[in-house]
Design a binder for this molecule. Structure first.
Ligand code: SF4
Length: 302
């Protein structure tokens, strides 16, 4: 008996087989192959796929307080749930990198300069990363600080939308901070942006263009994590929850931004995406919901 190929058999049954050419999937794959993670992610355990329980870099927490009240913020959620870390160092001896800070706005603390100096002295070989909303960064303060990587959050390209997202009228101050840091070529500078489809799609390329024009080195684009306590605020702001879970939508936003700036994707997500084939990248979804944001490292007295 003749053995038919599946194509021949399909034709016999009246179905014309077509090999689907998914051009977009191939473009996503090419982009993922080429893109790398932000400088901030170097040395993070999240890059190691063989580690079943990776934790973030060590961090020094200065304050859980913040002068912004962002609609997506995990730090706010942690404060409301009484889970925000107390000030101090969360990590181990001989760290390769320390983030100041993971929670709250570190520049609100009057101890920022003193803690910055203490960390340099105590851990001379560690990379020091500042993570800030930028609104309190002045030239005068910048002269006193000493970091290797500076990440400034910006999620909107206009004053009005920035106010809607952060509940603070600080757009000009944040842009000024990007300018101060972008001009200083002794540090690696990054604009840190959360992709919130339905809210800031059209802002992403504009933020990328603005940041690049101010001398910022990288855009650290992140997908949104939706904390239960923020759901209502995000809904009111117009979040498209469906698209917020789509890797394809996230990668499309990153590809747009890449036209203007060196866009980067968080290492712990990127190492997984790099394992995927084009069609998986095209269709895979991520779990965007999380309940309580916790520090998974122990406090160490310095
Ligand atoms: S984004 Fe992921 S890999 Fe990068 S520093 Fe954070 S936890 Fe680590």
């Amino acid at each position: 008996m003749k053995k038919y190929s599946w194509e021949e058999f399909a034709r016999l049954m009246g179905v014309e087989p077509q090999v689907l050419e998914n051009k977009e999937a191939r473009l996503l794959k090419k982009f993922v192959d080429e893109v790398t993670w932000p400088t901030h992610c170097n040395y993070c355990q999240g890059l190691d796929l063989s580690n079943p329980n990776p934790v973030h870099h060590p961090s020094y927490e200065l304050t859980p307080a913040c002068n912004h009240d962002c609609i997506f913020c995990y730090s706010n959620v942690a404060v409301k749930l009484g889970k925000a870390p107390k000030p101090g160092y969360y990590g181990w001896d001989n760290p390769k990198a320390i983030t100041v800070s993971q929670y709250g706005e570190p520049l609100l603390s009057p101890r920022i300069v003193e803690v910055n100096k203490m960390l340099r002295k105590r851990f001379p070989d560690a990379r020091l990363d500042l993570q800030t909303n930028g609104s309190l960064l002045t030239r005068e303060l910048w002269e006193k600080l000493d970091f290797d990587v500076v990440m400034i959050s910006l999620d909107a390209a206009t004053r009005e939308k920035h106010k809607m997202i952060t509940n603070a009228d600080t757009f000009d101050a944040v842009v000024n901070a990007l300018k101060i840091v972008g001009e200083d070529k002794s540090v690696v500078s990054a604009v840190r942006t959360i992709f919130m489809p339905g809210i800031n799609d059209e802002d992403i390329p504009k933020i990328a263009e603005l940041a690049a024009s101010l001398g910022i080195d990288e855009m650290f684009l992140q997908p949104l994590t939706i904390h239960e306590l923020n759901v209502e605020r995000l809904r009111k702001a117009g979040l498209d929850f469906e698209r917020a879970e789509s890797i394809r939508e996230f990668l499309k936003a990153a590809m747009e931004a890449k036209k203007y700036i060196d866009v980067r994707i968080g290492g712990c997500l990127l190492v997984q995406l790099k394992q995927m084939d084009p069609l998986t990248l095209f269709s895979v979804r991520r779990v965007a919901r999380e309940v309580v944001p916790l520090v998974k490292r122990s406090k160490l007295e310095l």
